[in-house]
Design a protein. Structure first.
Length: 182
């Protein structure tokens, strides 16, 4: 009986220690990586990254992003998005000089600061936008995607990090359709 109690105590203490370590590792990685950004193509044609439909574009411009979530999107996110978009273009090595321009515009469909979902699942915040990728000269929509900026670590909470994640998602859509040199 005494041996079983000892094993139980060791098991509980080990679980606490390992859980704490994995949390610390996750937070550390999250600090270095920042918020995550993912996209889901809405249209079938531009949803194929292998098409490299953006090969003639040399400039990428953030157009208007509207709050379509009843005024609940912080104005700060909308102000920060253009500069964070530029930062993410640089990180991906995409050109951004004069020439044929791709305009990015859209609307925020959902904005969530840590709330009930965060309490239930851990640190969880996200912003979801329906984004259109438009040839600026002709106005032709080349693609539509739902782009999500998400933070799952406590070090990545806040408007700035969700903005970073959203910009990462938008730029990922572009990079997947642009012929970067390997």
């Amino acid at each position: 009986m005494k041996v079983t109690a000892t094993y139980l105590i060791v098991l509980i203490v080990s679980g606490i220690f390992v859980g704490g370590c994995s949390r610390a590792i996750k937070e550390g990685v999250g600090l270095g990586r920042g918020a995550s950004g993912i996209y889901f193509p809405v249209d079938a044609d531009a949803g194929k990254p292998q098409a490299k439909i953006l090969k003639h574009y040399t400039r990428f411009q953030m157009g208007q992003m509207k709050d379509n979530f009843g005024g609940k999107v912080p104005a700060r996110l909308l102000r920060l998005l253009p500069s964070e978009f530029q930062n993410q273009l640089k990180e991906k090595g995409l050109p951004n000089r004069g020439g044929k321009t791709l305009l990015v515009r859209g609307k925020i469909l959902h904005y969530e600061a840590e709330g009930m979902m965060g309490f239930a699942w851990g640190n969880f915040e996200e912003v979801i936008a329906r984004v259109e990728f438009v040839d600026k000269e002709t106005g032709k929509v080349l693609g539509i995607a739902n782009c999500i900026g998400r933070s799952k670590e406590s070090v990545n909470r806040g408007v700035e990090k969700k903005t970073q994640g959203l910009a990462k998602a938008i730029v990922s859509w572009i990079a997947d359709r642009y012929p970067l040199e390997e």
